[in-house]
Design a protein around this ligand. Structure first.
Ligand code: SF4
Ligand code: MG
Length: 322
């Protein structure tokens, strides 16, 4: 993904003024095949919109999306057939994303109806195969989605996403609505499936404990921008951006010796309709400098694969501090 952008037009309010909400303001990152890249950040930071742009549920306002060597940001619906097969989404709320009046077998085979011309028998076979893969009982195929628990419904959603043998799965808060014990079952299932089917995951979550468990790479977003991005261990052990440091300081750590001092952010999250000039985090940053109010920091590579967008790590700033 290169310099991906999405603005939404808002109308209404005082004087019915036309305003732009910049949900994604130039985000770049890449995911290696077979790996899990997690996008984290507070709600409203643009992580869900980024997922929807990559799956082309939403059309970008700018930038590039490359999937398997094909740039798809400007594709029309008729050109997206192959991408619709290759990229599947899993959503947070299996209650909302599954039709309760449809039989499980019909829910899971729906993508086959859209993308293939398989016979009814071939479809049945594929459905029962997928149900087994995700840990559902074949006898449940004729029951309705509302008869299942939250965890089972998420298994149905995963089977439906997998049935076209996608390359990339975009999972937007896939376990946030589930009990903690069920969460780990679903995360383990996703992990097993990744190995079995060589899947690549874009995982979207505000829950850093979940992200630490599942990711290879992590990207931290704030107000539509990627503030830090890198290998999971580097981000969790040595976060560089003040926002990442604050986010991580609120994650509970069982070992008191490893406990970080909690960093409380000042002020509210600014509106994405009227984001601050310069560094978008400057209104809440404990390390804010003069330059931060006027100049947006560029993403700079700190070590292989680890980039940070913060003036503290501009060459001059680091030298000035030393
Ligand atoms: Fe804080 Fe400045 Fe870095 Fe932004 S650029 S995170 S305001 S130090
Ligand atoms: Mg979201």
């Amino acid at each position: 993904v290169r310099q991906l952008k999405k603005s939404f037009e808002l109308r209404g309010g005082l004087f019915r003024r036309r305003r732009l909400l910049q949900a994604v303001a130039g985000v770049s990152f890449s995911i290696a095949g077979g790996q899990t890249f997690s996008l984290v950040g507070e709600s409203g930071c643009g992580k869900s919109t980024t997922g929807r742009l990559i799956s082309r549920m939403v059309t970008p306002s700018g930038g590039e999306i490359w999937i398997d060597g094909e740039e798809i940001s400007g594709h029309k619906e008729s050109q997206l057939t192959e991408i619709r097969r290759k990229v599947q989404m899993i959503f947070q709320d299996p209650y909302a994303s599954l039709n309760p009046r449809m039989k499980v077998s019909d829910i899971i085979s729906e993508p086959l109806d859209i993308h293939t011309r398989l016979s009814a028998k071939e479809k049945r076979l594929k459905v029962s195969e997928m149900m087994e893969v995700v840990g559902l009982n074949e006898q449940q195929a004729n029951r309705y989605a509302h008869e299942f628990s939250g965890g089972q419904r998420q298994r149905i959603g995963i089977a439906r996403a997998l049935i076209m043998r996608p390359r990339l799965i975009i999972a937007d808060e896939p376990v946030s609505a589930l009990d903690v014990s069920v969460q780990s079952q679903i995360l383990n299932l996703l992990d097993d499936l990744q190995r079995e089917f060589q899947l690549t995951y874009l995982f979207i979550s505000h829950d850093l404990s979940v992200v630490e468990h599942i990711s290879d790479q992590v990207g931290v977003m704030y107000l539509g921008t990627m503030v830090e991005c890198g290998p999971k261990d580097r981000i969790f052990q040595e976060p560089l951006h003040p926002y990442t440091q604050a986010l991580l300081s609120s994650v509970p750590v069982p070992d008191p010796k490893l406990r970080r001092e909690k960093i409380l952010l000042q002020g509210d999250l600014p509106s994405p309709v009227n984001p601050p000039a310069g560094c978008k985090f400057h209104t809440r940053c404990p390390a804010c400098m003069e330059v931060c109010r006027t100049t947006e920091p560029a993403a700079v590579v700190q070590s292989p694969g680890h980039t940070v967008a913060c003036h503290l790590y501009d060459e001059g700033a680091v030298r000035a501090q030393a």
